[in-house]
Design a protein around this ligand. Structure first.
Ligand code: DAH
Length: 315
């Protein structure tokens, strides 16, 4: 009987044998009825046998149930190594990533972000920036002029003017946005992103300017030490004007940005008294900064929006 139970493989057969053993007309049931006629030893033996059999049935039932379950699971098995159709996970464009980063750094220095229109009038793009009609500086940039005399903004410096006109001094802001010029090669695009910082307050000096530029470049390029070269330059809206070069990791000097002390005429044009307030400003192309950071040679790839290129460049 014990062997018989152990060899059963289906619940149906097991249940049939169980009934034949313990059911109303079962063999064990019949034997138990005879118990009263037995001596103590026989009675104890029968009790033991009764209990053992019940245990055996229980154990075998659990075994069969488990085997059935396992067989079922095997059939339903999920193949997690199976290839699915490829999903592209989107990422922020590297230009956007650097823009966010630059913007966060400047804000942590206390500069507040501002934007302005991309189609500018002559006043905000040139005249208020101390660049009158006859000024040769207008030839420095090949501008897209519209028929009505407006211009596609050539520099985010226009945002400085709009912001100063609105809020006066003191002010610590940065302008951010697209700018347009007629140029196109590996490092220039007709539309590019510019960022412009401006700080106007009492007793502002050139060393405040250089300090902020140094701190900014250190953070953005994640450099331990920043070596700068300050060259005299010319912009109509700053005086003195400088050009800032950064010593790159390979020892080469890279031109990074233009800057200077805000020209008194510019402050005056925005209703700020230059005898009370001084300011500094700096401006740079953020596309260019991003290219340098990621070591990319051609700006046009950056703006091409070709996902295959972006992936091959590791973005
Ligand atoms: N607007 C200049 C350009 O587009 C960049 C620039 C230079 C901005 C000096 C400034 C500055 O604010 O002080 O080339």
């Amino acid at each position: 009987m014990h062997e018989q139970i152990k060899n059963i493989n289906t619940l149906d057969e097991l249940s049939a044998l169980y009934t034949a053993t313990f059911g109303k007309n079962g063999t064990m049931t019949a034997r138990l009825k005879e118990m009263k006629n037995m001596d103590n030893n026989a009675r104890a033996a029968l009790n033991l046998e009764n209990q053992t059999l019940r245990e055996l049935f229980k154990t075998r039932q659990a075994e069969i149930e488990n085997a059935v379950l396992m067989a079922g699971l095997k059939k339903q098995k999920l193949d997690v190594s199976l290839n699915t159709s490829p999903e592209n996970r989107g990422t922020l464009h590297p230009m956007t990533q650097s823009l966010i980063e630059i913007s966060e750094i400047l804000q942590s220095f206390g500069y507040t972000p501002h934007t302005g229109p991309e189609i500018e009038d002559d006043w905000h793009n040139f005249t208020a920036l101390n660049t009158p009609d006859y000024h040769p500086a207008r030839d420095m940039q090949d501008s897209f002029f519209l028929e009505n005399g407006n211009v596609m903004r050539t520099q985010t410096s226009a945002i400085q003017i709009r912001t100063m006109e609105k809020t006066g001094a003191p002010i610590k802001m940065f302008g951010i946005g697209a700018t347009y010029r007629k140029e196109m090669d590996a490092t220039h695009a007709p539309m590019f992103g510019q960022i412009e910082g401006l700080y106007v307050n009492k007793n502002i000096t050139m060393s405040d300017l250089i300090g902020d530029i140094r701190a900014f470049l250190k953070r953005f390029f994640e450099m331990d030490a920043v070596e700068l070269r300050i060259r005299p330059s010319y912009f109509p809206f700053t005086d003195p004007s400088i050009e800032v070069d950064l010593k790159w990791k390979n020892g080469r000097w890279l031109e990074i940005m233009g800057a200077g002390m805000v020209h008194p005429n510019v402050l005056r044009n925005c209703g700020i008294n230059p005898d009370q307030y001084q300011g500094f400003a700096f401006g740079f192309g953020w596309d260019r900064l991003a290219m340098l950071k990621y070591g990319l040679p051609d700006l046009r790839d950056f703006r091409g929006n070709d996902v295959r290129w972006l992936k091959s460049a590791g973005f």
